[in-house]
Ligand binder design. Structure first.
Ligand code: ZN
Length: 329
């Protein structure tokens, strides 16, 4: 049409006469409803467009339709707008954050209070676990950064140099909560060709809510940056980074990387989740390996809900073997 604009066409329900019904749904009930009448010459009945509200009695079908619409959208609180048509009630809109003022004024009901009552009745206090009293956090030092409580920072850490002198840097995203708590490291791609964990860490970074965080999260999507770029498990010295811990300052490139990574990142943590994947030509059952005799590590392992937990023997040189030292989970 040459307009270069998106056009949405909706059926005009003439018999509704410029009126719709706002049904306020909480749980599986319509707790309040009002009829909204548009101004003459206008078919949109929104109150902020000058529509007027009045009380209305819903039919059983209208109630059922409104509750079903909210349920289909997965909403436990919703404003469902219906039109009365010759074919019965038509759902026009399901609103996930409906306004309260209009419906409270029109119906005289304390809708906000009813929402709170519903949440109180349905909240699961066992759903979240907070042990002990919350203590305010102190600044977190890592690399050359000092992160104040309630802040996020990115750290670029040079862990080694290639034989060309080009630096190999690992990037860490650090979320430091306002309340004190454990320091959790989640890292992936210690084996450069194991990609699933990289996406897992990326999604964690996107979802973290600093305001709800107790303690500190260090998220590292790619540890073995060289292997990642070269689609390889190994480093250019053909060594496996996960067999090179604790490493040494003057060793091979894998040894140097392991040394710096352990000193500068891992030793700053109390808990570590090291993500691995079945790489190319390998098939792995989803599994958690942990020292299950350590109650904290066992609880962490169980939290994943993986089909298999392995009280795995430690492999020399692996990150996990190094973590058997006191103070780590
Ligand atoms: Zn691996």
């Amino acid at each position: 049409m040459g307009l270069k604009a998106d056009i949405m066409i909706q059926e005009y329900i003439k018999e509704a006469g410029g009126a719709d019904i706002r049904c306020f749904v909480i749980g599986d009930k319509v707790i309040a409803a009002m009829k909204r009448q548009a101004q003459p010459g206008e078919f949109r009945s929104n109150l902020h467009r000058g529509g007027t509200a009045s009380l209305i009695r819903l039919t059983p079908t209208e109630r059922k339709t409104a509750v079903a619409a909210a349920k289909i959208m997965g909403l436990r609180v919703a404003g469902v707008d219906l039109l009365r048509s010759e074919r019965g009630p038509l759902v026009m809109e399901v609103n996930s954050s409906p306004g309260l003022e209009g419906i409270e004024t029109a119906t005289g009901k304390d809708v906000a209070g009813m929402i709170i009552e519903y949440i109180e009745k349905n909240a699961n206090p066992q759903g979240t676990r907070t042990r002990g009293k919350a203590k305010p956090n102190t600044p977190f030092e890592i690399g050359d950064l000092e992160i104040l409580p309630g802040n996020h920072a990115s750290l670029e850490l040079e862990v080694a140099r290639l034989y060309t002198q080009s630096p190999l840097s690992v990037t860490a995203e650090i979320f430091h909560g306002k309340q004190a708590g454990p320091v959790l490291l989640v890292n992936a791609a210690i084996h450069g060709d194991e990609l699933n964990g990289v996406e897992v860490v990326r999604q964690i970074i996107g979802r973290i809510r600093l305001s709800q965080l107790r303690g500190t999260l260090i998220a590292i999507p790619v540890v073995n940056v060289f292997g990642f770029i070269h689609k390889s498990r190994y480093l250019p010295d053909r060594r496996d980074l996960n067999r090179s811990f604790p490493g040494s300052e003057r060793g091979s490139i894998a040894g140097r990387m392991a040394y710096r990574y352990f000193k500068d990142v891992v030793e700053r943590c109390t808990h570590v989740v090291d993500l691995h994947t079945g790489a190319i030509n390998r098939t792995n059952l989803p599994q958690i390996r942990a020292n299950l005799t350590n109650p904290d590590a066992a609880a962490m392992a169980e939290a994943f809900g993986a089909p298999v937990l392995i009280d795995a023997a430690l492999r020399d040189g692996s990150l996990r073997a190094e973590l058997k030292r006191p103070g780590f989970r």
